[in-house]
Design a binder for this molecule. Structure first.
Ligand code: ATP
Length: 373
C-alpha cells in the first residue's frame, strides 16, 4: 500500500510566499504520479510535505489512511531520490546500495541478495564492484534509484531525477523508471517541469500553477480535455494554438477571429450553443487538429471551417512537419502534418488553406480561463 491523500494542503513561507495553496488530491496506490508545473509553482514543496521534510501551514496529509501531517520522514514508509545523487565515490556500488541495510542490521547474506536483485532490475549488476565515479551519469542515476529501492518502500518520491542527464540518457532513464515501476508496483511520486516526461510515463498527473491545482487526471484527459487555458497551453508540444474570437449565433453559428471565421457546422452547433454564451471567447486548436488542404486531393466534409494563411516557417522532423502560418491575427497558427503530399508540396511563402476539426475545438472563458465545451 502506498496511497497518499492531500486534504486542503497549503504551505506559506513568511507573510508573502504562498508556495502551495489549498491542494486536494488522492494519489492512487501503485500509480506513477507526476507532479508537474512551471518553475516555482510549488512542486518540490508539495513533495517535501509528503516526505515530512516540510510541515503544511494548513491541511492534512494521509498515507494509507493514516494522518502523518506532523510525523517526521522516518515515521513514513517512503524513500526519496533527489536531483543531487549524493553517492559515495570511495565506496563500491554494492556498498552504496547496501549501506542503509547495514545500518539497520540486515545480515550480510540478505543484503547481498537484495542488492543483486535490485541491481539486476536496474541493469547494473556488472557494476557492483566499481566506484560510482567510474560510472556514466545514467548508471549513477540508477545507483541512486537502487539505493532507494533496496529499502522496499511503499512509496518512492523522486525530485527531478532526470534533469541533470543529457537528452539521450534522460530518455533512456525515463523508460527505465517506467519499467522499474511496472516491475515493483510501488507508488511513485515524481516531480518534473517537463511535460513530455509526464505525458509519456505517468499514470496520473497533478498539474500545478502558482501553488494551485489546475487539474489532476490521466495524461490523455489533460491533453484532450484540459480544464482550463493554462492546462491546454502547458500540455502538448508545440502548444495548442490559442487565439481570441467572438462567438456568434445568428442564422449561422461561428467564431469570428477578425481576419477569419470558423463556421460551426449544423451537426455541432447545438453543443456550442448549449455551452457557450455569445461574446468573447478564447479558441484552442491543437496543431494536429488542423489539416492542410491540397486542392482536389483533400476532401473536406461539408461545413468544415477553414482558414486561409501563408506559410512562414517549416520545421522538419522526418516523419512529420510543423508549419507556422500567418493568418493575419496576432499570433502564429502552428499546424502539424504527417501527410506526405503536404510535406513534399508545401513550403515557406505558400498560400494555404487549413481545415479545423470541429470535434476537437476547445473554447475557454477569457475571464476565468475555464473550459467551456
Ligand atoms: P522549481 O521547478 O523551480 O524547483 P517548484 O515548482 O519546485 O520550482 P517550489 O520549490 O516548491 O517550486 O517553490 C514554490 C515557491 O515557494 C517559490 O516561490 C519558492 O521561491 C518558494 N519557496 C520554496 N521554499 C522556500 C523556503 N524555504 N523559503 C521561502 N520561500 C520558499
Amino acid at each position: 500500500m502506498g496511497e497518499v491523500t492531500l486534504q486542503n494542503v497549503s504551505k506559506r513561507f513568511g507573510d508573502d510566499v504562498v508556495a502551495v495553496d489549498g491542494i486536494d488530491a488522492s494519489f492512487s496506490d501503485g500509480a506513477y504520479t507526476m507532479i508537474l508545473g512551471p518553475s516555482g509553482c510549488g512542486k518540490t514543496t508539495t513533495l517535501r510535505m509528503i516526505a515530512g521534510l516540510e510541515t503544511p501551514s494548513e491541511g492534512e496529509i494521509l498515507i494509507n489512511d493514516e494522518r502523518v501531517t506532523n510525523e517526521p520522514p522516518q515515521k513514513r514508509d517512503l524513500s526519496l531520490v533527489f536531483q543531487n545523487l549524493a553517492l559515495w565515490d570511495h565506496k563500491t556500488v554494492e556498498e552504496n546500495l547496501a549501506f542503509g541495510m547495514r545500518m539497520r542490521g540486515v545480515d550480510r547474506e540478505e543484503r547481498r541478495a537484495r542488492v543483486v536483485e535490485i541491481a539486476e532490475i536496474l541493469r547494473i549488476e556488472d557494476k557492483l564492484d566499481e566506484s560510482p565515479a567510474a560510472l556514466s551519469g545514467g548508471q549513477q542515476q540508477r545507483v541512486a534509484l537502487g539505493r532507494s529501492l533496496v529499502r522496499e518502500p511503499e512509496l518512492l518520491l523522486l525530485d527531478e531525477p532526470l534533469s541533470s542527464l543529457d537528452e539521450r540518457l534522460r530518455l533512456e532513464m525515463r523508460t527505465e523508471l517506467a519499467r522499474v515501476h511496472q516491475e515493483l508496483g510501488t507508488t511513485f511520486i515524481h516531480v518534473t517541469h517537463n511535460q513530455e516526461d509526464a505525458m509519456t510515463i505517468a499514470d496520473e498527473i497533478l498539474l500545478l500553477n502558482g501553488g494551485r491545482l489546475q487539474q489532476f487526471d490521466d495524461p490523455l484527459e489533460l491533453y484532450h480535455n484540459p480544464a482550463n487555458e493554462f492546462v491546454a497551453d502547458f500540455i502538448g508540444s508545440p502548444s495548442m494554438n490559442l487565439f481570441d474570437a467572438t462567438f456568434v449565433t445568428d442564422e449561422e453559428t461561428y467564431l469570428d477571429a477578425g481576419a477569419f471565421r470558423l463556421t460551426i457546422p449544423a451537426r455541432a452547433s447545438d453543443a456550442f450553443r448549449d455551452n457557450v454564451d455569445e461574446g468573447d471567447v478564447r479558441v484552442g486548436v491543437r496543431p494536429e487538429s488542423f489539416r492542410v488542404l491540397l486542392d482536389d486531393r483533400s476532401p473536406v466534409r461539408n461545413g468544415t471551417p477553414t482558414i486561409d494563411a501563408t506559410v512562414t516557417i517549416v520545421e522538419t522532423f522526418g516523419d512529420f512537419n510543423w508549419y507556422y502560418l500567418d493568418a493575419d491575427i496576432d499570433t502564429d497558427i502552428v499546424v502539424q502534418s504527417a501527410d506526405e503530399a503536404v510535406m513534399a508540396g508545401v513550403d515557406v511563402g505558400d498560400a494555404v488553406t487549413v481545415a479545423a476539426d470541429v470535434d476537437r475545438l476547445h473554447l475557454f472563458d477569457p475571464r476565468t480561463e475555464a473550459a467551456l465545451l
